[in-house]
Design a protein around this ligand. Structure first.
Ligand code: ADP
Ligand code: MG
Length: 701
């Protein structure tokens, strides 16, 4: 046990005091000894290495150099006033620079005496300088304790201005280790540690702050990352288990007439193995007496709709209603027409409810829904309105979930006394590790196979200068009877400009593709719903060959005869959006193409995005690149989740550790769901504290 209480306020620690404590609290959230202990260094300085001045690179991080000061002077005026010293070794010279504390420094620095300086070199006009270096006389440096790797702690400008330098933090941590005799409570049981060869807690903490070697540092990092991910996964999986135990769902134990008739007589194609697998998973879920909460991931065009329909038929066979909610009116309408056609032979009533549904029709729907005469409802957010009451909603399906918030999902639940089964479908593949963290409390099904006979879409990148050739290609495709999308970016911030681009583009296309040989549809967000629908319809029916649009057509729209997707200013789209757009073609039997149009000037990131699109059609690979490019913070859904609060693990780089930790957590819970076994008491104790504090590092220690 610790000889001191780790919950003590940080101000009590020797060498900290009230002023520094305030800065630590406000800048780094360090309130207690414990917080300081769990403030892990961002990186380490290799103290075994000394640089010569002529070895310094423009990319150098903090380095240490041995040399002498030959001359000190004040330069500049007023605010630009600074102290500069020329620092030399036997290979060259650089400037040391100070903006603060100039008087004291000038009085204390010694000329022509060997110093060791640490700092980050800056490059300007052909020479290097080092602002505010840490300085130590070489003689002192040689006497001091040998530290091979100096920890570099997170810092802010305010902190260093208040004198809380890296040295100060590092000394405070040393003090903490002295006071506690470097003994800390273990939080992972021996069995886990043995299994994964993890360092004990004390040794990990010691080596994360003061690594004895690179090897021990790696081991310490591994142990702490494992611990962090293990407890988060334990929490997510427990949530899932609790939901299954507590929330009783409707039991759909019948596979009845609707499902069977449809399956045997009206299925328009044979299901892929992946579709069958997923349907089995859904059936098993809805057949148990727990509420289903399942995420269905499947790349664009993988055939999620039919899975949704058949799940709805299961609900109907068991005497329940079902609904499907889509994020846009176009999508909801298209789902409605598609499902209407599939359901025709079964004679099952189905209705569409959106913002533009007429009052009379709306009232009719409300009544029939409440009486139970209407078994299937398709719609937009309009489904969430309070007036929409079901007789007995058994299954709610949400398409393209990343557009709906968690709160909206919850609202659907509340439509019944017993929450309906929920199936969330997304076409934006989420890398496995991220899915485990974001949706770790949901069950996940994946359709990882496309219907047979699909030809991979050929994707190319073309510069605007080649537009004429591209137009020629469009004409060739249209001659073959195919249809073409031309998509323009629409980004909120520059909406007016974007509309101008869209309209200019439309006019130039109209000039190059004149009537009556060519017919053009245009769809954008500023149009009335009925006009949009009219234009969409003409394209769906093949009356127009070209669809000029903004990203409103991004999700779900299905026109199998369309074989060419042109994306204008493609560098302005994110990867997942590009992938979604491309997914609008390649839905029929013909070879399809996607052409990414850009100007010559491209950022490196934009180049990577375009190259990735050209290289692969695999949505999961694209999602992984997206995650690596942008980090989890910019991906849908991450904001509300805890993945951004990870202290030491990295959701992108540490995916193997995450998988291992999750695996272990789920085995442990399968064996001992309420953590009652004696050998699991340490886990239980830590877990309870986690549940209480929310953040794992405020209590682990
Ligand atoms: P998404 O997963 O993107 O929602 P859809 O459900 O819209 O995909 O299906 C895309 C297209 O593939 C549709 O035209 C659909 O009829 C067709 N399709 C779905 N499953 C199969 C299958 N097993 N065999 C052949 N075609 C299929
Ligand atoms: Mg779809």
């Amino acid at each position: 046990m610790n000889p001191i209480n780790l919950q003590s306020p940080i101000a009590y620690l020797k060498g900290v005091g009230p002023n520094r404590a305030d800065a630590l609290k406000s800048e780094l959230g360090v309130h207690t000894y414990q917080d300081l202990l769990n403030l892990f260094p961002n990186r380490y300085l290799d103290k075994t290495q000394y640089y010569k001045i002529n070895q310094i690179q423009r990319s150098s991080a903090e380095i240490q150099v041995v040399g002498k000061i030959t001359d000190i002077r004040s330069v500049g005026q007023k605010r630009g006033k600074r102290l500069e010293a020329t620092f030399i070794d036997d290979t060259g010279s650089m400037q040391l620079v100070w903006f603060r504390g100039q008087k004291w420094i000038k009085e204390n620095l010694r000329i022509n005496v060997p110093y060791v300086v640490f700092g980050k070199p800056n490059y300007f006009n052909g020479s290097f300088s080092m602002p505010h270096p840490e300085m130590e006389l070489l003689t002192e440096h040689q006497k001091g304790l040998k530290i091979h790797m100096q920890p570099i702690y997170p810092s802010t400008e305010k902190l260093s201005n208040k004198g809380v330098t890296n040295k100060v933090i590092s000394r405070a941590v040393q003090q903490l280790f002295l006071d506690t005799k470097a003994r800390f409570t273990e939080t992972l049981p021996q069995s886990i540690r043995d299994h994964y060869k993890l360092l004990p807690k004390d040794e990990s903490l010691l080596n994360i702050h003061f690594p004895k070697s690179q090897e021990l540092l790696s081991k310490a990092q591994f142990r702490l990352k494992f611990e962090e991910l293990f407890y988060i996964q334990l929490q997510l999986i427990t949530k899932k288990i609790l939901r299954k135990q507590k929330i009783k769902g409707f039991t759909f134990d019948q596979v009845g007439t609707h499902f069977n008739t449809f399956f045997k007589e009206h299925l328009p194609f044979e299901l892929t193995n992946a579709q069958k697998k997923v349907l089995r998973e859904i059936r098993a879920d809805m057949g148990s007496n727990a509420q289903m909460n399942r995420l269905l991931q499947g790349d664009v065009g993988s055939g999620k709709t039919i899975v949704a329909l058949m799940s709805m038929l299961l609900a109907l066979d068991n005497g329940f209603q079902a609904c499907l909610m889509a994020p846009t009116e176009i999508l909801a309408t298209q789902h409605y027409h598609g499902l209407l056609e599939l359901l025709q032979p079964l004679d099952i009533p189905i209705a569409l409810l959106t913002g533009s549904t007429k009052k009379k029709q709306r009232t009719h729907i409300h009544e029939h829904l409440e009486s139970g005469e209407l078994p299937i409802l398709i719609g937009t957010h309009a489904l969430l309105e309070d007036k929409v009451k079901f007789n007995n909603l058994g299954l709610a399906i949400i398409d393209e979930q990343h557009r709906f918030g968690v709160a909206q999902r919850a609202k659907l639940w509340k439509k019944n006394h017993t929450p309906p089964h929920v199936l969330v479908m997304t076409a934006t593949p989420i890398p496995r590790t991220l899915a485990m963290s974001l949706y770790g409390d949901l069950d996940i099904s994946v359709i990882d196979e496309l219907p047979p006979g699909r030809k991979p879409i050929k994707t190319v990148h073309r510069f605007d200068a080649n537009r004429l050739k591209v137009f020629g290609f469009i004409k060739d495709e249209i001659k073959k009877g195919r249809q073409v999308y031309i998509v323009y970016p629409l980004i909120q911030e520059s909406e007016a400009l974007d509309y101008k681009d869209l309209m200019d583009g439309y006019e130039s296309i109209a000039r190059d593709f004149p009537q009556p040989d060519y017919q053009i549809s245009i769809v954008h967000g500023k149009m009335k719903a009925e006009d949009k629908e009219y234009e969409m319809d003409r394209f769906v029916r093949g009356e127009t060959q070209i669809m000029v649009a903004t990203t409103v057509i991004e999700v779900g729209v299905n026109v199998p005869n369309a074989s060419l997707m042109i994306i204008e200013s493609a560098e302005r789209f994110g990867l997942s959006q590009l992938h979604q757009l491309r997914g609008r073609v390649g839905r029929g039997a013909d070879q399809s193409y996607c052409i990414l149009m850009t100007g010559f000037k491209l950022s490196n990131e934009a180049k990577t995005r375009l190259d990735t699109m050209v290289a692969t059609n695999d949505g999961f690979k694209i999602a992984q690149v997206d995650l690596e490019l942008r980090g989890p913070g910019n991906l849908m859904g991450t904001q509300q989740s805890g993945v951004l609060n990870l202290r030491i693990a990295d959701i992108v780089k540490d995916r193997d550790i995450l998988a291992t930790a999750r695996n272990f957590a789920s085995k442990l819970l399968a064996d001992d769901p309420s953590l009652e076994k004696p050998e699991n008491q340490m886990v239980r104790h830590t877990y309870m504290a986690l549940a209480k504090h929310g953040n794992i590092w405020t209590y682990i220690g």
